[in-house]
Design a protein around this ligand. Sequence first.
Ligand code: CA2
Length: 146
Amino acid sequence: MPALLILNGPNLNLLGTRQPEVYGSTTLQDVEAMCSAHAPDCMLSFFQSNSEGALVDAIHAAKGTQDGIILNAGAYTHTSIALHDAIASIELPAIEVHLSNVHARESFRHHSYLSPVVLGSVAGFGAQSYLMALDGMKAHLASRTK
Ligand code: CA2
């Protein structure tokens, strides 16, 4: 059974409570419950932090304990070389997730420091983005063990 870490970055703890027109009305707890229901064949761990260093630590801790990472780094996506380096260093497959279609928003959201070091990205499907990333990660891991 694959062990997957679902990591959420800054302000995502506010999901469902503010800006529902951008991020929907689903809370982070709802998203986590949807992931668990969608992937009963995976051992899921969840972590959210508003601190860049705590996210780096969680990525480091995933090495040797997890088979993959699904990551919504929030605004750190667009700023964090530290998260880029952390993902590059652990040699685990990672998928970048966004609730909103970042490419249809402000230009400062168009660049991701994470995109070069992840398997792929899913953006724009709200909470469904996480489920699509789970499917992609499961398919990727299954194809490696064949
Ligand atoms: O679309 C996404 O998932 C983002 O990663 C969300 C980030 C944003 O900075 C990225 O550009 C795209 C922001 C997360 C903030 O979430 C909030 C949720 C509710 C209320 C306020 C903020």
